[in-house]
Design a protein around this ligand. Structure first.
Ligand code: ATP
Ligand code: MG
Ligand code: MG
Length: 379
């Protein structure tokens, strides 16, 4: 088939469509916002993700269906599976949209997660905090992103407020032991229906206020940690029989241990560096995987630093890309800008990203500081 339907029309769908267009595919997206990042680029069905009539329309217009976010209504995913071809299957969504099911799947693959407890009452929370210790992290099991739907419990006095705040969402909660990590890493694995698995190089991720700020590749950790991280991501993708991309976020401790934080069955912000820095980008790899094409090589072509461009950075970006001294005089860095065509810019809204190709990642980090796209801890 040559038509790919995508649930969601955000920046991930946009970059997927850009990559897939180069392979000759035509894209149809389903998104409730007419001015979404895919709106100008692809055919769009303007409707809610839970709209079954719209889902039928998407199935009619597509040969293969995928998604760019994991909070797709499982009923809709099952409907699409019956009406069209959803190579990733609804089970992958069902697992990854729920933190408890996801942790069980990671553990079933023989990989560690932070010790955790399922929470359905304040009493259970008190008991779990005394067992897992302070600090610990309370999270809603579904729907969270960019740190929304979580609370780091730093004292016993916070147990009550944390519970009442998060239980308002009406979902179950999970308490996780706080992992005092030295680094956050991620690996994106790809698996095709024929069982081929490839992983991308490990990214070292720096978050500020729970939003990804920078990814650094190669990650500045020992070679043995890189190999372990890649292997565990591949093992999880195999064990879950995932199809398409599976992003694996993890914590590295002082003692060299890796704990998986969470998974995402889609292109991931920490994989944007692959667009110019790898033989195959994560977006092309996803299209290859869901279309059962041979997977592409994932070799790193150059060290790279990816920085997210948020609404508050738009002035600095305009300046950095137009002023001669920053773009040309600093010959150590090749900045590649990607903007998502979003309508309104707002603080903390992801407007784009820049991939900084460099001989040494420190040069990329210096460039970010010079151009003031740098975010301080707790900006
Ligand atoms: P995303 O936008 O990546 O989907 P999210 O809202 O799903 O984020 P998590 O990835 O679960 O949230 O957590 C956000 C960040 O909070 C992590 O990247 C990490 O920095 C910190 N964090 C979360 N859980 C823990 C933990 N158990 N121990 C230490 N830090 C944690
Ligand atoms: Mg998440
Ligand atoms: Mg995360």
């Amino acid at each position: 088939g040559s038509r790919i339907g995508v649930l969601g029309g955000g920046q991930l769908g946009r970059m997927m469509a850009l990559a897939g267009s180069n392979l000759g595919y035509h894209f149809v997206t389903l998104d409730p916002t007419p001015e979404c990042p895919c709106g100008q680029l692809t055919e769009q069905i303007v409707a809610g993700y839970d709209d079954k009539k719209a889902a039928r329309l998407l199935a009619e217009r597509s040969d293969v269906i995928t998604y760019e976010f994991e909070n797709v209504d499982v009923e809709v995913a099952e409907l699409l599976e019956r009406l069209s071809y959803v190579p990733q299957g609804s089970k992958l969504l069902y697992t990854t949209q729920h933190r408890l099911r996801e942790k069980a799947a990671v553990e079933a693959a023989g990989v560690k997660v932070a010790p955790y407890a399922e929470i359905s009452s304040e009493m259970e929370l008190r008991e779990a905090v005394s067992r897992l210790g302070i600090p610990s992290v309370l999270k809603t099991v579904t729907g969270g992103y960019d740190g929304k739907g979580q609370w780091v419990i730093k004292s016993e006095a916070e147990i009550g407020p944390a519970y009442s705040e998060l239980s308002r969402a009406g979902t179950e909660l999970v308490l996780e032991q706080f992992i005092p990590f030295v680094k956050e890493l991620s690996v994106i694995a790809a698996r095709s229906p024929r069982g081929e698995v490839m992983t991308f190089p490990v990214a070292e991720n720096i978050h500020v206020d729970n939003i990804l700020h920078i990814s650094i590749v190669p990650a500045r950790v020992e070679e043995s940690v890189l190999r372990q991280a890649e292997q565990l991501a591949a093992r999880i993708a195999e064990s879950m029989e995932a199809v398409g991309l599976l992003a694996v976020e993890m914590f590295l401790t002082e003692g060299g241990e890796l704990y998986v934080n969470e998974l995402a069955p889609r292109p991931h912000n920490s994989g944007h560096y692959t667009m110019e820095a790898c033989t195959t980008s994560q977006f092309e790899q996803h299209v290859r995987a869901i279309c059962n094409l041979p997977l592409g090589k994932t070799s790193l072509l150059s060290p790279v630093v990816m920085v997210n461009v948020l609404g508050e950075h738009m002035d600095a970006v305009a300046k950095a890309l137009t002023e001669e001294d920053l773009t040309w005089a600093n010959s150590k860095v090749v900045p590649k800008l990607h903007l998502y065509g979003k309508n309104g810019s707002a603080p903390k809204r992801k407007m784009g990203h820049i991939n900084l190709l460099c001989s040494h990642v420190q040069d990329g980090l210096d460039w970010i500081q010079q151009t003031k796209i740098w975010r301080n801890q707790h900006s």
